[in-house]
Design a protein around this ligand. Sequence first.
Ligand code: SAM
Length: 333
Amino acid sequence: MANDFHNTISKAVQPEDTVERLSKYRRSQGLSKEEYASTVTAFYNLITEFCEQGWGQSIHFALMEPGVSLEESIANHEYFLGEAIGLRPGMKVLDVGCGVGGPQRSLARKFGASIVGLNINEYQLGKCSVYNSKAGLDHLCSILHGDFLNIPAEDGSFDAAYHIEAICHAPDKAAVYAEIFRVLRPGAVFVGYDVCMTPLYDDGNPKHRELKEINEYVSALPQIASFTEVTDSLQAVGFELVEARDRALDADPKTPWYQPLESGSLNLRSLSRTALGRKIAAVALRILEGVRAVPKGSSEAREIINIVADSLVAAGRLGIVTPMYYHKARKPG
Ligand SMILES: C[S@@+](CC[C@H](N)C(=O)[O-])C[C@H]1O[C@@H](n2cnc3c(N)ncnc32)[C@H](O)[C@@H]1O
């Protein structure tokens, strides 16, 4: 397994690209759209294998309940979107930023709809295609390589669309929404879960700002949006907003969304809360500067996962970030 992993990463990562791309995480607001695309691609080339090993084929958080496993919670979180769309056999649906296709397969199996997985990352799409075939779902699940800022599909060609924690990577949310609006037929629904700063986030609080920046930096995100940036942008491109709310608030306080990261499933280090920001930033810089070594071994990729997890847990505990700002919008018609 270690050798397989080593080979996979070696093939997926171009070290000369990666070190350059990843070093641009910090203060990345100045990146062009093209640079964002290659940065996020390098990021997922690095971490996909570890996400799958530690989490599964669905690379997203879930609304957790006491006594319900992570796997079941992930599936329920996905089914919620399927139900919000009203998914049924015969529908053709776009999964925007599909990862390796966990949600796509789960929704196709449950609802019998045809789902096209769009992804900019060819390494993930290759895996997605293999998993679709292995699951016997080629008749319902297909892949589409492309950037959600320029979706390679005809106007009005989908009956619905959804995304799970993908559009947070967009340098321009409204531009992605406009593309989704274009490829949907009139009357179609678009739903999703976005990573957002919550109303508890205070830009004047240095600790909040530091955690926000670290999360952006280590997860290849441009500015993490507020709730209103999501809802305003959806409406600005022509969608009717049906519903929007933070589903994290529906969770039992004993099982917050970041709880699986706290329980040691990814071998996390425990960081002191007081020195948290500096520690994470210092380790992140060291790792990212040394990322050229990744094709020689896997420890750096694992470290990046740990840093991502630690910074999310810290922000989650303060309630200043959510990975499940649920939004449902409809294209008029
Ligand atoms: C956190 S992962 C979520 C994957 C998937 N939705 C899931 O839940 O398993 C974010 C995904 O967005 C994709 N992505 C990021 N930027 C993209 C872009 N510009 N165009 C298309 N996909 C993109 C990434 O490659 C990755 O697959």
